[in-house]
Design a protein. Structure first.
Length: 120
């Protein structure tokens, strides 16, 4: 289980990826770390959500090819230039590096991770 600081502000994250199972798993990690996550499976859904809601970070899954990730980031930046976009790669497959990258993208300290969760 992941624990977050009690005085931390809730951050809203937009997660986009093709694999619903992977999105759900990552959203679960983020929820346990104290974030709120909206999941979408298409780029168009991501653009629509980003244009109407306030997000602190967008996360683009490695289920998209590298060049697709760059194109998605460019489109998200057109809609919300101030929102950082984290492009995931194979180095983010484990919970700890994933959560550390999210925290770093948000300019926050990484949440503590329960060792049992890090093994999954």
């Amino acid at each position: 289980m992941v624990r977050s600081s009690l005085n931390s502000r809730i951050r809203r994250i937009l997660a986009v990826g093709r694999d619903v199972s992977q999105l759900s798993s990552r959203a679960n990690l983020l929820t346990h770390a104290g974030y709120t996550t909206d999941q979408v499976v298409t780029v168009e859904q991501a653009i629509r959500r980003a244009s109407v809601a306030r997000y602190h970070l967008a996360v683009v899954s490695a289920t998209f090819a590298y060049d697709e990730q760059f194109a998605i980031r460019a489109r998200l930046k057109q809609v919300k230039p101030s929102v950082p976009v984290l492009l995931l790669g194979p180095e983010h497959d484990s919970p700890e590096p994933f959560l550390e990258a999210v925290a770093a993208s948000l300019g926050r300290k990484s949440p503590e991770i329960d060792p049992r969760l890090a093994e999954s």
